[in-house]
Design a protein around this ligand. Sequence first.
Ligand SMILES: NC(=O)c1ccc[n+]([C@@H]2O[C@H](COP(=O)([O-])OP(=O)(O)OC[C@H]3O[C@@H](n4cnc5c(N)ncnc54)[C@H](OP(=O)(O)O)[C@@H]3O)[C@@H](O)[C@H]2O)c1
Length: 342
Amino acid sequence: MIRVGIFGATGYAGLELVRILWRHPVVEIAFATSTSQAGGRLSDIHPQAPDFPLIAPDQAPLDAIDCALLCLPHAASAEQAIRALDAGRRVIDLSADFRLRDPAVYRRWYAHEHPAPELLDEAVYGLTEQARDRLPGARLVANPGCYATSILLPLLPLVSAGALRGPIIADSKSGVSGAGRTPQAHTHFVEVYENFSAYNVGRSHRHLPEMEQALAGWGGAGAPSLIFSPHLLPVRRGILSTLYAGLAPGWSPGRARERLAAAWADEPFLRLLPEGRLPSLMHVVRSNGCVLGMAEAGPDQLILVSVLDNLVKGAAGQAVQNLNAMFGLDETIGLERPELSA
Ligand SMILES: NC(=O)c1ccc[n+]([C@@H]2O[C@H](COP(=O)([O-])OP(=O)(O)OC[C@H]3O[C@@H](n4cnc5c(N)ncnc54)[C@H](OP(=O)(O)O)[C@@H]3O)[C@@H](O)[C@H]2O)c1
């Protein structure tokens, strides 16, 4: 058995992790933490959750686990990661604290000094399909952001082959659970219901630097630039990203499709739909899938439409996929594949 501790179990990502791992045949949840609800039970807060006791993070028995799973806001997450690593535990962090390599970039986007810059080089950016070779030896895995996962998975095979010209325009829509459980005015029911709004468009969302860092790693000096515009959808969960990209000389839409199809053929959670079909949130909600459709917009232009569940493939599901890979298990254990009958 692999024993894990879940930090921030009352939040949306933490709850999803508890729900997935509760049924995982090889993983045991040793404890779940909450700062504000310590002493209570998870099912008192979320009636759909397993009846699990909640303990304060500073009371967590780190010697009882193999891996700490951190579902906390950034900064609070780094603090717990440092404690767990110092105690000799492995860590998967769902926050942004270890995604960026450069502490100066972290400071610019998160407005404080990184508390452990020496760990940034060591952290494995856990986009599982790209990182799986490095996961078995990893001590610290930075789970990617939900928007970033929906955008990077389709771009990975194309950018690493030099198939795209910049700028790539990523136009993304997310359900409201992407903003977390803490109430905020703009995610209030009355603001969101029957409404649809853009926010942090262009180059101002915090997921932009992790995406640019990944694209630069895959595409080198010729990596395409990115314009990213997120929107808030009046649904609970799911992300749909539409990507517009130019094709590099020598590439056609047909060749790009072949490249994507070959790269995704053996991936258990990634599906490329046949020509003429586009995905919807219904394909993926509650599964660990990312489903992609492709359309042409001229001989040298490509449109990609990618969908995933922000709480599963965009957070807890990808974390479990990484956990499985870190501990030498089949990556798919405990995770649902995307539904394709819709
Ligand atoms: N939501 C998504 O779709 C999504 C996707 C990918 C990544 N993420 C990342 O995953 C992390 C959790 O996101 P979430 O959406 O689950 O957030 P959330 O719903 O707001 O939950 C955050 C959790 O952290 C705890 N917490 C809040 N402030 C804390 C602090 N200062 N110190 C210690 N614990 C604190 C809360 O617990 P108590 O109040 O019970 O103490 C709560 O359980 C974030 O870093 C987020 O960026 C979220």
